[in-house]
Design a binder for this molecule. Structure first.
Ligand code: NAP
Ligand code: MG
Length: 496
């Protein structure tokens, strides 16, 4: 019997049509979404002084999930003042071990409620439950645990220096990893004794608001964390507020440049985590099957809504054909659809605006002469979807090889020598990440020393750990988040 099943399965692997999976949707019951959300200021949910609200939707169905407040400058002002007050009256002088207790509480709560957070993340952002459940939530909790561990050890982190917190951190985050980005920003800020005002992305406010509930339950002193929802203007009001001592921004290079110009000369500290156009480089001696999984994970993971996505595949010419064949076959087995289905690999595109950006760039690829390949793909009628796509015959001057697509679209180029691979990989204004696939250790080292990218993966891709610093070169930004490096942007290090 066992043999029979095995044989049938083997047959299915080589067949052109993969077997059908029964639907396996995660239940929405665990999440209680309120009809309306206020702003989280000084430990309470309050109605916005602006009087403005906006709807937040499920991008997989276009259904409205809730109505959220839009913070105006007067609301941002209230939030920053609350954060200043909390900093001066308690948080700044609290011993590190006491701050750590709050961070541990938040971390444990995220773990305990991880299913609820994961379902809400997938509902509001469109990412597959498999990812929100197995990647985003465990990593978000791990960030709080990790930085809780540092809170009482700052003096050891920076010998011969007295680490002093800066004050209020104004933090603006994007929609691709909403809860994870909130954790990346808040955990190091709080661990180092700063207070925070966080502005989630317009399209994905709900998990940040659930985090506000967790923060309330953790009994964090009111005002230590404030969460103001809204769009770009809310973010601008926050970064430009004179009460903000430190700005931490993750988002597009375009907005990063605006922010850097706006705060020049104010003395505010700044870290920018911006876009990317990572090269995933496959040498002829690479373990090809493993590399295929890494390539797929690198660009189709989270619908390609990943700043460090491996959006340019550089393949050594001698293995171009087998890599392409296997990649096409693998693309045919990716399941696109309901983000809450546990078998879904590729979920919904985050917004209509993002979908039209992807379509526009894909169209440019066709116009400029690259060859497009898409597997047969049945997309749901409602919602925002894009079929996993790859391009061959891509030259370095094509827009799809230069611009960030931020969607499930891979551009494939070839190379002959390691020098050529390196030159092509570095031929970009970005420098966030890169991947190298080869059996040869010395080649990995040779490449990593020369690639101009902040994170380089060897024989893997898109792996994250809170103890490992993350950040860019060139137009991908500056400053590092994660690890020991992630503490420094939130501290003044005064010589003892
Ligand atoms: P975005 O437009 O730059 O938005 C990022 C955040 O900034 C959002 O919260 C946004 O609000 C806010 N914002 C917009 N204009 C602002 C302004 N003038 N001042 C202050 N804040 C402002 O980027 P996106 O389109 O949401 O996200 C995609 C981009 O982010 C991609 O380019 C991607 O590479 C980059 N990204 C980088 C990383 C990284 O770690 N390096 C991580 C994720 C994403 P609204 O959402 O309300 O517009
Ligand atoms: Mg925007």
């Amino acid at each position: 019997m066992g043999d029979e099943i095995e044989r049938r399965d083997k047959g299915a692997v080589t067949a052109t049509v993969p077997w059908e999976y029964a639907a396996a949707p995660e239940s929405k019951e665990i999440v209680r979404i309120q009809d309306r959300y206020g702003l989280f200021i000084e430990g309470r949910f309050v109605d916005p002084l602006s009087g403005r609200t906006f709807e937040t939707i499920n991008p997989a169905t276009e259904e409205t999930l809730s109505v959220v407040s839009e913070a105006g400058p007067e609301d941002v002002d209230l939030a920053v003042r609350a954060a200043e007050k909390a900093w001066e009256s308690s948080w700044r002088d609290l011993p590190g071990r006491e701050r750590a207790k709050y961070l541990y509480r938040i971390a444990r709560s995220l773990q305990e409620r991880s299913r609820e957070f994961a379902v809400l993340e997938s509902l509001n952002g469109g990412k597959p439950i498999k990812e929100s459940r197995d990647v985003d939530l465990p990593l978000a909790a791990a960030h709080f645990f990790y930085y809780a561990g540092w809170a009482d050890k700052l003096a050891y982190a920076f010998p011969n220096r007295e680490p002093r917190p800066l004050g209020v951190a104004g933090q603006v985050i994007p929609w691709n990893f909403p809860i994870l980005m909130a954790a990346w920003k808040l955990a190091p800020a709080l661990a180092t004794g700063n207070t925070a005002v966080l502005k989630p992305a317009e399209t994905t406010p709900l998990t940040a608001l659930l985090l506000a509930e967790v923060i309330q339950e953790a009994d964090l002193p009111p005002g230590v964390v404030n969460i103001v929802t809204g769009a770009g203007e809310t973010g601008a009001a926050l970064v430009n507020h004179p009460g903000v001592a430190k700005v931490a921004f993750t988002g597009s290079t375009e907005v990063g440049k605006i922010i850097r110009r706006a705060i020049a000369g104010t003395g505010k500290r700044l870290t920018l985590e911006l876009g990317g156009k990572a090269a995933n480089i496959v040498f002829e001696d690479a373990p090809i099957d493993q590399a295929i999984e890494g390539i797929v994970n690198g660009i189709y993971f989270n619908q390609g809504h990943v700043c460090c996505a491996g959006s340019r595949l550089l393949v050594q010419e001698s293995v171009f054909e087998p890599v392409l064949d296997k990649l096409k076959e693998r693309l045919g087995t990716l399941r696109v659809g309901d983000p809450l289905d546990k078998n879904t690999d590729v979920g919904a595109i985050n917004s209509a605006a993002q979908l039209s950006r992807i379509k526009e760039l894909v169209e440019s690829g066709i116009q400029e002469g690259a060859e497009i390949y898409q597997p047969e793909c049945h997309l749901p009628e409602r919602g925002f979807w894009f079929c996993p796509t790859l391009f061959t015959g891509v030259s370095q001057s094509h827009r799809i090889a230069r611009e960030e697509i931020f969607g499930p679209v891979l551009s494939i180029l070839t190379f002959r020598t390691p020098e050529e691979a390196l030159e092509k990989a570095n031929n970009t204004p970005y420098g966030l990440s890169a991947g190298v696939w080869t059996e040869k250790g010395s080649r990995i080292l040779w490449m990593t020393q020369r690639l101009r990218a902040g994170v380089i993966w060897a024989n893997t891709f898109n792996r994250f750990d809170p103890s490992s610093p993350f950040g860019g070169y060139k137009e991908s930004g500056f400053g590092r988040e994660g690890g020991l490096h992630g503490l420094e942007p939130y501290l003044d290090l005064v010589p003892r």
